[in-house]
Design a protein around this ligand. Sequence first.
Ligand SMILES: Nc1ncnc2c1ncn2[C@@H]1O[C@H](COP(=O)(O)OP(=O)(O)O)[C@@H](O)[C@H]1O
Ligand SMILES: [Mg+2]
Length: 500
Amino acid sequence: MRRSNPKTSATRRSAPLKILNDREKFAIPPSSSPSDQLQSSNVADSIEIPEYMTGLDEEDFFHGLLIKDDGMRMCKHEGDFVVLTTEISPSSYKSVYVLVKHKDEVTEVNIKQDGTKFCFNDVDGTQFDTIAMLIKHYHKRNLPIFDDYYLKKPIPKADWELLHRKIELKQKLGEGAQAQVQRGLFHGASKTPIEVAVKIHKGDLTPDKLIEIMHEVRIMLQFDHENVVKLVGIASCRAPFLIVLEMVHGGGLNRYLKIKRNEVTAMQRICMCTDAANGLSYIHSLGIIHRDVASRNCLYSQSKQRVLISDFGLSQQEEVYAVDPSKPLPIRWLAPEVMTTYQCTKMTDVWSYGVLCWEIFTNCKDPYSHIPRQTDVMEKVVAGLRLEFAPENVPQPMIEIVQRCWDATPANRPPMAEIVGVMLPFCEREFKAGKKRQKSREGNSRRPIAADPTHESNSPQLQRSIQEKVLKRRSKRDHKATDTPTLTGRRKAKKNFTMQ
Ligand SMILES: Nc1ncnc2c1ncn2[C@@H]1O[C@H](COP(=O)(O)OP(=O)(O)O)[C@@H](O)[C@H]1O
Ligand SMILES: [Mg+2]
């Protein structure tokens, strides 16, 4: 994980904050028209690769663009090896290199070209047409690639490292500041392909950009929660680099609420806020700060009527993260202390969560829309300006807890777990689930309870019992969360992957 250095934040303070262009942040994908529907295509077919890379991505030892640090961590024992590349628009064979463990160190070994053939430096001079043939020759025959360096054990791809040929791209689903997302089909182990969403980053894949993307991937590999979008895998062996996600029909929550503005009831909005709180509480329990909580970064599953938190491009696994002021920040969602101290914590997510609840009840209006300039928004929020949150048909405790999200003192804001505890009993769906559980416990002896959570007969005991269950569930999850998987080990949850 990248480490932020809080000490450097003082020196950064003088730099002006880069304010994200609203149009970037609010880019609402047009409904897919035939013109933006890509021809259904198998990604591997559409990309030409140079001859020297023929067959390389099919080899288990080839991990494409995984960064060197990750490759080094994978080589644990003498002779363990992986093959990586620093670029996937394969303009030069020089980008491909071998990492091999020898005498407690992992060494990078480069490949040499002689005419049109490939060999290792300083060895017997045996030459091959492709890099895959070269590596396999030394591995299979147990020959040294130089001195006493042997390619003994290839470290295979993890099950989340996918091949491009297994991914079929369909039409565009949406677009954010960083990436375009397309519907796709993943032809995995099961007979029928799985419908997926494929995120393709815009612009050049520079080494820094790659580190950022892999950072997002590492964060997502840890997730297994119904309110957090799941990562199916990445395809990193060829261009373009693909992040493959579970498909959420309904797409961006912002777009959904704008389109269905007159159909969404207050109760559904309460459940949306509860879902988002649940997802964020889980993310926080893993020690991760999301840093870009907003409706544009939530997805809505229509079939399950469920909100899922997504877009972990800015997320950090830190208690306190020093913000780089040269990078764009979502000012209208930002807690005031970030603008003054340049530090993010889970409590800055709590502030943004309050803004998300406000969005959910205003069909995703632009926060502080009466203030056109973002620098003015910053100043006014620091001076005490707050959004108004008092929607009709919303229970008072819920209104109060959202308002507490905007306390100027981060420590006075409610942690996400507390917010979940307050909101869950008001979400009818959860309420009904609680009721069912209660019923099965109590048998026929229990007196009926009204479905309306604000009704008198919604007893405090019932609310408490639901809250206790939530806390129990959470402590189980927290326990699970300590077993953080690494890049080389796939989370068990992958096996339980379910489609929307
Ligand atoms: N898993 C998904 N299922 C369906 N649509 C998605 C999915 N992920 C993203 N999208 C669509 O793509 C848009 C941009 O995705 P996002 O991850 O926020 O990209 P960016 O990092 O560029 O902001 C979303 O608002 C949504 O419309
Ligand atoms: Mg986004």
